[in-house]
Design a protein around this ligand. Structure first.
Ligand SMILES: [Zn+2]
Length: 150
């Protein structure tokens, strides 16, 4: 998976911010991880433990908050929450094919920007059951907060 490259990028960003603020230590990094970013948390934490060594984030704790996918419905204009786990259980072959394709093709860059066209006309609106929907949130990782000491 892409956890290592992702964490590398995230730590790089945090170190830059810390540096700009003349910090001597990063104590906490808080992330919001979209449920459709396909991040496996224990692998993510493992990569973090390896990559933070010999940096000012060496003792930092990585906090991960999982956030749901949000689909926007073009039929009724409402938004519904969905979770990866429930999505992968949908047995419809169209879902399964798209999920597999997405799993194979998603890159760290896609995850950090949320830019991938995965999730169009795929999930059912919870209000009107239309499939004219788009996954508008939940594909990306957001650095929510960095705690530093100077
Ligand atoms: Zn709808």
């Amino acid at each position: 998976m892409h956890e290592f490259a992702l964490v590398q990028n995230i730590i790089g960003r945090c170190l830059r911010v810390a540096n700009q603020n003349n910090a001597s230590i990063i104590t906490d990094i808080e992330l919001e991880v979209g449920d459709f970013s396909l991040v496996i948390e224990h692998m993510f934490q493992q990569s973090f433990r390896t990559l933070k060594k010999d940096t000012i984030a060496e003792t930092a704790i990585l906090h991960i908050k999982r956030t749901p996918g949000i689909i926007h419905c073009n039929s009724c204009n409402r938004e519904s929450e969905i979770w990866w786990r429930s999505a992968v259980q949908i047995s419809d072959s169209k879902y399964q094919q798209s999920l597999q394709k997405y799993e194979k093709s998603v890159t760290p860059q896609d995850v950090l920007t949320g830019n991938s066209d995965f999730g169009k006309n795929l999930f059912q609106c919870l209000y009107c059951e239309s499939n004219d929907t788009e996954l508008i949130k939940g594909k990306s990782i957001v650095i929510k907060n960095i705690k530093i000491k100077s």
